[in-house]
Design a protein around this ligand. Structure first.
Ligand SMILES: [Zn+2]
Length: 203
C-alpha cells in the first residue's frame, strides 16, 4: 500500500508551487485567474456533475483540462481546482482522465485534498492572518472572515482547524451545522457559497 505523504510534505509542495508562480506564500489568491494565467494550455469546464463527483482532470500532450462541478458552492469549486492541480502538476498524471468521486477515496485523493487546502491557505498564512487580526479563539464570525479572505469553503476550513487542533470535534460539529441558521444575518456571504446549478459553460 502506498503511504500517504505527511501534512508537512504536502504543505511544502503547496508553498513551492505558490513560489514558482510568484504568489505570496502566506496570502490569498484568486485561484481561477491564477491557473488560467499560469497554465496557458489549460481549459476549465464547469459542468453539473452528480453530487458525488467534485471534478475531473486530464492531461495529454499539450492539452490540460479541469472539469468542475458547477452545482457545488463557489468555495468548493475553488477547492476542486486546487485539488485537480495536484493530479496534474504534482503527481503529473498523464493520459488517463481522473474522476474525483467521494466514494472512491484512495491515497491520491486524500493527498490532493490536503494539498488543495494548503495551496489555498498555508499554515503560515493562517497563523499570520490570526496574528494580524488578533484571533486567539474561534467563533462563527472569525471563521467566516477567514473563509472570505482565503476564499475557501466552510467545510475545508473547519477540517483544517480540526486537524490543527484549533477547534474540538464538538466545535467542528456545531460550526458545521450552524452555517445555515446564520443565513439571514449573513445572507450575502452565505449566498456566495450556495450557487444555483449552472448550465455547462466553457471559460
Ligand atoms: Zn481527485
Amino acid at each position: 500500500m502506498i503511504s500517504l505523504k505527511t501534512d508537512k510534505q504536502l504543505n511544502t509542495e503547496a508553498i513551492q508551487l505558490r513560489e514558482k508562480w510568484s504568489l505570496n506564500s502566506n496570502g490569498a489568491s484568486d485561484i481561477t485567474s491564477v491557473v488560467l494565467s499560469k497554465l496557458p494550455n489549460l481549459t476549465l469546464f464547469y459542468i453539473p456533475f452528480s453530487q458525488n463527483t467534485s471534478g475531473m482532470c486530464i492531461k495529454e500532450g499539450n492539452i490540460e483540462i479541469i472539469g468542475i462541478n458547477s452545482t457545488m458552492a463557489k468555495g468548493r469549486q475553488r477547492f476542486t481546482i486546487s485539488h485537480e492541480l495536484y493530479h496534474l502538476l504534482i503527481e503529473e498524471n498523464v493520459g488517463k482522465p481522473i474522476i474525483c468521486n467521494k466514494h472512491y477515496r484512495d491515497t491520491s485523493e486524500k493527498e490532493a485534498d490536503k494539498f488543495a487546502s494548503y495551496f489555498l491557505m498555508s499554515d503560515e498564512g493562517l497563523n499570520q492572518y490570526c496574528y494580524m487580526n488578533k484571533i486567539d479563539e474561534w467563533n462563527l464570525d472569525n471563521i467566516i472572515s477567514v473563509e472570505q479572505y482565503f476564499q475557501i469553503s466552510h467545510q475545508s476550513l473547519l477540517i483544517r482547524l480540526l486537524n490543527n487542533r484549533l477547534i474540538s470535534k464538538k466545535e467542528y460539529k456545531e460550526y458545521k451545522e450552524n452555517i445555515f441558521p446564520m443565513k439571514r444575518e449573513f445572507e450575502d456571504m452565505v449566498m456566495s457559497y450556495i450557487d444555483p446549478p449552472l448550465k455547462k459553460t466553457n471559460i
